[in-house]
Design a protein around this ligand. Sequence first.
Ligand SMILES: Nc1ncnc2c1ncn2[C@@H]1O[C@H](COP(=O)(O)OP(=O)(O)O)[C@@H](O)[C@H]1O
Ligand SMILES: CC(=O)OP(=O)(O)O
Ligand SMILES: [Mg+2]
Length: 403
Amino acid sequence: MSATRVLVLNSGSSSVKYQLLDMRDGSRLAVGLVERIGEAASRLKHAPLAGGGEEREREEPIADHEAALKAVSAELSADGLGLDSPDLAAIGHRVVHGGLKFTEPTVITDEVLTEIERLVPVAPLHNPANITGIRTAQALRPDLPQVAVFDTAFHTTMPESAARYAIDVATADQHRVRRYGFHGTSHAYVSRKTAWLLGRAPEDVNVIVLHLGNGASASAVRGGRCVDTSMGLTPLEGLVMGTRSGDVDPAVVFHLARVGGMSIDEVDALLNKKSGLVGLCGENDMREIRRRIDGGDQAASLAFDIYIHRLKKYIGAYYAVLGRVDAVAFTAGVGENAAPVREAAVAGLEELGLAVDGELNAVRSDEARLISPEYARVAVAVVPTDEELEIAQQTYSLVGNPS
Ligand SMILES: Nc1ncnc2c1ncn2[C@@H]1O[C@H](COP(=O)(O)OP(=O)(O)O)[C@@H](O)[C@H]1O
Ligand SMILES: CC(=O)OP(=O)(O)O
Ligand SMILES: [Mg+2]
């Protein structure tokens, strides 16, 4: 029998999410997460979904992504699902920045890895973690195909009018300065799933996708193809995020350097790690921010308002870009779970045909669902993203079933 399983590794800046899937039916055999890598108390959660094993969770220091992957490998082995299994067909890796070169899932060779390394300066929080994930997996299973699925790939259909910054063309081209966009695997999956929810073909629908996780981005998808997205050269542009500022006047950087005496690296760390919700109220978890708002906390309340204001601006902008909008889809940790965010983001947009039904919005579910009232011209949907399934399918379609 040929190998039919794919292991997917989604390495983030301080976490690794993983899933082992059986590609005959797309079922999940194991899922898990290592969080707070590099901190004193890292946490590993592992759930074997096949074979009746126990869900396990433990806290221990896990120093880096290599150690995290070795811990994941040990957990899988304990359930008889180890990386040494002959059933494993491939390992699929989320890679955040693929530049302009990678528009498709790609089997990882030394040349591909070199190119991913070259892109580290434009995804400093993400690509290094992805590279460590790839190298560690290669060391554990040197014989197995490893596939990179790029966050940027879905956005390569953006027209030049959306992808280019209005800066000197020669300088931009020399340094490859343009808008690439990220979370593409999620935007692709969610826009397709939203069309399915509406009972229509992806080619026939225009969707605004709002991927609101710790990193957050919006995209305008026309007939299944991305025509604009809010992240740019790096995952810093656009929406207010957990720790990232999103859009600021670029002159803020000059000002902080010249007048504030900060180095470029300090400004980089400020905008990427000490801004967004954390910078505004000291907290990046939307659950905690809502709790604090309920307790009358002014800083949390203002942080929420700034977050929503930016989100609303992007909904309006992408409405104008698309001309006709069939659906707005909320996804990722905040989008899937935070009903107050969804309600506030579309409040007052009735003239645009957008509204949320309070009761439908309050429902908690893991299923894709509509939350707009029947009369609304534009559907509003909650669509749980599944980057890992999408990565597994793309990986398997590239390397699975060698005849
Ligand atoms: N029940 C919930 N209510 C509100 N927000 C939530 C809830 N669960 C998760 N979140 C938010 O989702 C975020 C994580 O989203 P996720 O998509 O997992 O992010 P990432 O993939 O970037 O790590 C958390 O920081 C938190 O703000
Ligand atoms: C690209 C990006 O921002 O990814 P994440 O949300 O996983 O940080
Ligand atoms: Mg994410």
